[in-house]
Design a binder for this molecule. Structure first.
Ligand code: HEM
Length: 462
């Protein structure tokens, strides 16, 4: 057994010697708690937390998942101690293996991870939008004209995924043709279902449809690099992420070896595509569902596009729009929890957590708790503005994760979501199929709005 109990006890905030037995959530004989989880992950983890406290085991087929939950778990995940006792789960390696890479940013740990993260921080931030927001708006309009024509019933998930892939490509690498975007989308959704959501067995990754999409995604990455390496290397207009990766490869080949360039060039799509699309689609629903919020969002959008060039400060100043997006991610978090592997035994809230164990950090639970967000089921976009700032309570709000792997694309994602939402509501009327329509959600391949979610789009007359 590794680890040092003496040291761990110092980190047990209750000060008690850690010997509480870990409770188990009761479940069905073979399926365990899966049927309850499928009815609603957030509700399931919240109920279990209320009943059993911040540590519990959940029986699922073949194993008993160890869960650390609540604001306590979110705070711990962001702590220095977490860095010492946790690492990424082994399955994350699958992603690198699928690209014949030795490692990926997401799967790395320790100092190498921090070094690569720091080296890429600027290229993943909202700063890369400066000077490009006009182009992004032009491309948005092209996509909206094509996919969101007046009078159409638009399948929102599909339409926003295409938008997001194009916006990320335009900014960070180069735009991806729509057909290739389908491959990226399919490949990534299946990896998520197997690796992160545990909703499909690892054997799934052997199926022909998955393998075809994966091979085409790999080719896409290779083609990117081939085209830039073939002559545009010193072109100052090289997309920022590609340019940075090539510089790093030249200057620090140990940190960015050649075999990893392909995957590193595609990571923005994998990490940003579904997350932004899920959040934006849910926001389109929530804004449309609440006429008072809708009116404020439209007013902000009209002011943003009143003829002056759009900038990041103006996007961030849209209180209702950004509040609606944050509120969306509180109520329908893109990520309910995060898996990690323990590297040594440690004490958490008086429970002894064993070494070499997969642990699930259910960090989105506080999003639905009255203690942090009064009237938690209400869609209230002003929670995040002064003086309320409800999301600032310790461990309360974690849509972008916590700790060393916390989302590196957060500021970029925020700006892109605000821009896309504003452009949609500035240029179009959006109506739900009926006033009592409820957002259809799915767990497969990953939790999020279902692809059945549709809205009726119309022309806006101003
Ligand atoms: C609504 C938008 C987004 C949400 C909710 C979101 C959520 C997350 C979460 C929860 C993590 C932590 C994963 C973990 O700890 O294992 C993460 C990591 C990451 N995100 Fe995001 N993300 C969003 C947008 C983006 C965008 C737009 C990009 C890139 C363009 C991006 C790139 C990344 C990367 C590269 C990581 C891994 C960082 C690392 O391992 O060091 N994300 N994201």
């Amino acid at each position: 057994m590794s680890g040092c109990p003496q040291h761990d006890e110092q980190h047990d905030e209750s000060g008690a010697t850690a010997e509480k037995p870990i409770p188990e959530v009761p479940g069905l004989p073979v399926l365990g708690c899966v049927p309850r989880m499928l009815r609603g992950m957030e509700e399931f983890f919240l109920d279990s937390y209320r009943t059993h406290g911040p540590v519990f085991r959940v029986p699922v087929p073949g194993r008993r998942m160890l869960v650390l939950a609540g604001a306590e778990a979110a705070t711990f995940l962001g702590s220095r101690r977490a860095r010492e006792v946790l690492r990424q789960i082994d399955l994350v390696r699958e992603v690198a293996d699928e690209f014949e890479a030795s490692e990926s940013l997401v799967g790395m740990d320790g100092d190498r991870h921090l070094e690569l993260r720091a080296a890429l921080m600027h290229e993943y931030s909202d700063r890369i939008t400066e000077g490009h927001l006009g182009t992004l708006v032009e491309r948005l309009d092209e996509f909206l004209d094509h996919d969101w024509p007046a009078g159409a019933d638009v399948h929102v998930m599909r339409a926003v995924q295409d938008l997001v892939v194009d916006q990320l490509g335009t900014l960070m690498t180069t735009p991806v043709p729509r057909k290739a975007a389908n491959d990226l989308r399919y490949f990534w959704s299946q990896i998520i279902a197997v690796v992160f959501a545990n909703l499909r067995p690892p054997l799934w990754l052997k199926l022909p449809r998955y393998r075809r999409a994966r091979d085409r995604a790999r080719r896409l990455g290779r083609d990117y690099l081939r085209s830039v390496l073939a002559g545009r290397r010193h072109d100052r207009r090289l997309p920022p992420l590609i340019s940075r990766l090539l510089d790093l490869h030249e200057q620090q080949p140990d940190l960015v070896p050649r075999e990893n360039l392909n995957l590193l060039a595609l990571i923005p799509y994998f990490a940003g595509m579904d997350t932004v699309a899920n959040a934006l689609a849910s926001a389109v629903y929530a804004i449309t569902k609440h006429p008072d919020v809708h009116a404020r969002v439209v007013a902000e959008a009209d002011e943003l596009f009143d003829g002056r060039p759009v900038d990041v400060a103006a996007l961030r100043a849209m209180t209702a729009t950004n509040g609606a997006i944050m509120e969306t991610m509180r109520l329908w978090p893109v990520v309910v929890g995060l898996p990690r592997r323990t590297t040594q035994e440690f004490v958490f809230e008086s429970y002894r957590i064993p070494a070499d164990t997969d642990v699930f950090f259910a960090i989105a639970i506080p999003h639905l708790m009255e203690e942090y967000f009064p009237n938690p089921r209400a869609f209230d976009v002003d929670r995040y503005s002064p003086p309320r700032l409800e999301h600032r309570a310790k461990g309360a709000y974690s849509p972008y994760g916590r700790g060393t792997h916390r989302c590196i694309g957060q500021s970029l994602g925020e700006v892109l979501m605000a821009l896309m939402a504003a452009r949609i509501f500035h240029t179009r009327t959006v109506t739900l199929p009926s006033p009592d329509y409820v957002l259809p959600r799915t767990l497969r391949p990953a939790p999020g709005p279902s692809k059945r979610f549709s809205v009726r789009v119309g022309e806006r007359t101003r």
